[in-house]
Structures are given as C-alpha cells and as structure tokens.
Design a protein around this ligand. Structure first.
Ligand SMILES: *Cc1c(COP(=O)(O)O)cnc(C)c1O
Length: 372
C-alpha cells in the first residue's frame, strides 16, 4: 500500500496568502435548517432584497436557460449596451464582474503587486483587505471616525507606494455615508497615480437627493473606478453580477485580468431586464425606507444604540453580540455578527419584509430578556 502523503502547506504557500483570513458570509438558511431542524427561518444577514428579484429579471433568467450549452458573451455586449444607455458612459469604460466583489479583486490584481499598498478604512467592507492581500500588496487601515470613513485621516496615511484607495459609500457594515462635497474634495486632493475604487453597492437605496452622480465625475477623474452591483437593490445576489465604470484605459487593464467568461449568460440576461424595471427598484426603495423606520423604532423601544444607516441594513449595539446572535438563530432569525469588522458588540440586520422585521424585533427582545 502507498504511504499516506503529507504536505507542508506552509512551505508551499506564499506568506501573503497564508495571512489571509477568509471572508465569513451570512449563514445560509439551509444550513440553519440542517443544524436545528427548524423551518420558517428569517434571514436578515446578507443585505439581500426581501422582495426577491424583479419578475422581469426572473422571466429573462428563465428564458436564458435554454442557451446554457453555449458560452456566454465574453464581452457582455448587450448588458454593456444597456448600462451605457442607462448611465451615459461609453461601452469601453465598463467592466463586468461576477458580482462587484469580482471587480474589487480585478482592480487589485490589475494595479497592485508586492511592494505597493492600498488604503481603506477601519470597519470598511472586508473584501478590500482580502483583495489587496491576495494581490501581495500591503493593506493600510485608516482609523474610522464616528464609524465612518475619515477622509483626512485616510489622506494622511498615503505612502509613496500607495496605488489604490478603497471607499465604500454607503459603507457596509456601518451604513455610514460621505457627502458629495467631501468626496469630491478628496478626489481632487489625490494625484491621478492613485486609483480610487468607489464602491457604491447600496447606491440605489440612497434617500432621494443623496445620490451624488459620481459617474459624471469620471470625466474629471481618470483615476476613479466606480463599482455597482445587481446583488442588493436589484435582487440578483445569487446570480453574481456587478459592473465597474472607469476611464477606458483603466477599464482596459481591468479587462485584461478578468476571466473571459466571468459573468454567466443567465446573469447577463437577468441584469438587462432588471435594469429596465424601474418600478421594481422604486418598490424596493420604498419598502426599505419603511422597514428601516420599523427597525429603528423597534431598536429605540428596546433602548439599543444603532448607527444611522444609508443602506438596506443597520448595525446596532447589543453588548454580548455573539450570545444574542446564537439565541436569535435558535429563534429562527439569522443576522450578521460583525466581530470580524472590529465591532464585537454590534450585530448587523438587513431590512426585510414588514413581517420579517417584526419577527426579528420580537426575537431580539426575547434574546435580550434571556440574556439580562
Ligand atoms: C454586498 C457588497 C458588495 C458586493 O456584492 P456583490 O454581490 O459581489 O456584488 C460590495 N461592496 C459592498 C460594500 C457590499 O456590501
């Protein structure tokens, strides 16, 4: 019999890969069902659209199934044409991604390498640090201010080797928002040799008047990369589609490191249909506003502090967050612990349907009561 082979994984793995601490996703409903043998679970853990996808997008996805023996259009012509139309940008300034997560990684792979660094904020979306590490570059974390980005602080931490800055607006998991003037001034202050990845995953949830029209800034700032997603307000998280808009020369470099077929054909078709369903987007926006009010009221009723949020989620302070999280699971409610974001006393809840929010608030009240 052949001897069992062993492997010295440290020996064969680069140090910057070994240092990566993997992303911790929200617990899937099916996993909790398996673990506890319970049904009717409410998942408010991944900022998904509680309305599901637009019916038009669903129909387009179903219609696209017939062609799955074919490779998708690797250039995503039709989706890019629809995006170009919608946002008034040229098709060569668009990069499609397998979720916007993919685009964050593509940006890091295209422009970073060992010896270079990227700056992001404390409590900012975890993927920035992961993407930077995977590219072998150095991540520089700037302390947050009131849970949000401290742009001056971030500026002061730039080094000669810094080639990229990540900004989430609104940020996840804190829900904080940077206003138009401050962000524009920050972009103005940077040399064009530093790329700014502006992650606007929650753009469609902004209250009216808050959208800063960042895409129009691309003519002013050739170093700006804006990422958007179909995962949140558009309700297509499972299909994995996002897009970046940037100067054509920047987009060109990103397209060089992109996998040739990174966005599948079903996702491309569904995204085109989703883009056109403005009424669905408006419904989603309204539901989020009323759900946010409902949850804020509920948390205030429980005397819990929360961080005011501009997204479709809210982070609140509970003290023993891990214990409360576990109790909520047993009550059939999945929220998101954010200890990995250096927020060990907070939990993040996504805004759901009215009935889901209610179930969450009831369960939270009970969990806190049992803990006290
Ligand atoms: C959810 C999220 C994303 C990415 O989601 P995708 O599904 O990969 O598009 C990106 N940035 C932030 C801040 C997010 O919260």
């Amino acid at each position: 019999m052949r001897e069992t082979m062993s492997i010295d994984i440290c020996e064969i793995t680069p140090a910057h890969i070994r240092a990566i601490f993997p992303y911790a996703p929200g617990k899937p409903i099916s996993e909790l069902e398996r673990e506890l043998g319970i049904q009717n679970i409410v998942k408010l853990a991944s900022n998904e659209n509680p309305l599901g996808p637009s019916p038009k997008a669903l129909k387009a996805a179903q219609d696209a199934l017939i062609d799955i023996a074919r490779y998708p259009d690797g250039n995503g012509f039709e989706l890019k044409a629809a995006l170009s139309d919608r946002y008034g940008v040229s098709m060569d300034s668009i990069v499609l991604g397998n979720g916007s997560n993919d685009l964050l990684e593509i940006a890091a792979r295209a422009f970073l390498e060992p010896g270079l660094s990227a700056v992001f904020s404390q409590h900012a979306f975890a993927v920035y640090s992961l993407a930077v590490q995977a590219a072998g570059a150095k991540g520089i974390e700037a302390p947050a201010k009131n849970w949000g980005h401290d742009l001056e602080g971030m500026f002061s931490m730039l080094e000669d080797e810094t080639r990229m800055v990540f900004i989430a607006n609104p940020n996840n998991p804190t829900g904080t928002f940077i206003g138009k003037e401050a962000l524009h001034a920050f972009l103005n202050s940077l040399p064009s040799s530093i790329l700014v990845v502006l992650d606007e995953a929650y753009n469609e949830y902004l209250p009216s008047g808050y959208d800063m029209g960042s895409i129009a800034w691309l003519s002013e700032f050739p170093n700006l990369i804006i990422t958007r997603t179909f995962s949140k307000a558009y309700g297509l998280a499972g299909l994995r589609t996002g897009f970046a808009v940037a100067h054509p020369a920047v987009a060109d470099m990103m397209n060089r490191v992109r996998q040739p077929f990174n966005v599948n054909s079903i996702a491309q078709s569904a995204a085109i249909a989703a883009l056109s369903d403005i009424a669905f987007l408006e419904r989603s926006h309204e539901l989020n506003l009323s759900g946010m009010e409902q949850i804020v009221e509920g948390l205030e009723g429980l005397d819990l502090e929360y961080i005011p949020s501009y997204g479709n989620f809210l982070s609140f302070h509970v003290g023993p967050a891990q214990g409360i999280y576990q109790k909520l699971l047993r009550l059939g409610v999945i929220v998101r612990p954010i200890a990995g974001y250096a927020m060990p006393e907070h939990l993040r809840v996504s805004i759901g349907l009215e009935s889901e929010n209610e179930k969450f608030l009831k369960a939270l009240e009970r969990a806190i009561g049992e803990t006290a």
